[in-house]
Design a protein around this ligand. Sequence first.
Ligand SMILES: [Ca+2]
Length: 450
Amino acid sequence: MSKGLSMTAAGAPPSPSRGGVRGGGLSVCFTGPRVSFLGRLVAQGTRRPPPLPLPARGRGSKWLGLGAVLIAFFAAHSARADFQTCLAGLRVTAAAGGVSTQTFDQATQGLQPNPEVITFSTSQPEFKTPIWDYLAGLVDDERVADGQANMRKWGQAFASAQSRFGVDPATVAAVWGVESNFGQAFGNRPIVQSLATLSCDGRRQAYFRTEFVAALKILQAGDIDPAQFKGSWAGAFGHTQFMPSTFLRIAVDGDGDGRRDLINSVPDALASTANYLKKAGWQTGGTWGFEVKLPEGYNGPSGRTKKQPMTAWAGRGIRRVDGRPLGEGAAGLLLPAGPEGPAFLVTRNFDAIYGYNAAESYALAISLLSDRLRGQPGLKTPWPTDDPGLSRADRREVQTRLVQRGYDLQGKIDGVIGDKTREAIADFQGKAGLKPDGRASVSVLTALRR
Ligand SMILES: [Ca+2]
């Protein structure tokens, strides 16, 4: 599930980077007073060693240098020993969970921890992404066109998922589009290695141990080819970025070959997504909600979970922007940017999408994309900003124009606004007399086009 805002996976831990906007810009930081074994590995590897307490000068420096090398050597050696000790414990845990020793030994033979995933799990986003930037990248014309093409291409699989689980194609397609860009972005980190690493160090080790054991059970059942078992740093994988435990509970065989393969089978992934939403309370034939217009000076209740009957909302003067009646049932009033921005009445189906990845911005992205995939127009009410966000096509243009002006983006014209792009934008903004906030926005693109 999606990804900054980029890494969401069904059942994945809330992460700074879920859902579509896969974020770059992760700084190396380890929290807490304890230097973890991976911290030690990193200290020995990619990070510079700590400064020496004495001036490293003159005769003594050679010996001080040797001392630092020896310390690093023993630290790394000890870190690896810690990981092997941890793996031995995981072997016992996995066996208790029904994983055969053969499965465990095959999957973990020669396994080394990957410090990079700890870096991801402990890093904090440096930039708070405004909702309009988040949505502009996830719900753009390109994703709508790709989604509609895929709905035609996989029409039979969508229809089959709908008849089995009662979830309409546009909703399932929207999840697919946000989770993996319709199968274009799965993540390429080995799942077993990532989860073993996260089981032995960093935050939420108990959670990741459960996922680690679930991953081994998937391999043991033969659903996924071990060589292809790759995904996000947190262990989400496949077209719909399920976590292993979510896979065990929810994944279904959509193409009838007897395997549940969310990596190679689009029909399996679509059916599994529909099953997820159904289990999360999806009401067949219902809507996620709709955009509404508030009466002037509205100061009544709001919030996704504060549901009231539609009649109560109508009584408060709230109308659909398309002029149709509010309809039946109950809804909450969602105001993602306060009463001055777009407003939505959201139903239990919105909550089902929210269950996929617990962020209202994520659920709104899926909902708005599904409307666009149905051929409906976008939002009527503008976001309360004079500098809106950019589509991925526009973000690529920003990157292209930055490179033309001599900025080094390391060859990446990918529409993903990571640290390098942000730094270049901020520098350009400063020179252009704009506020140097590093945001890829309309004002920056306009200035770059001059
Ligand atoms: Ca299958």
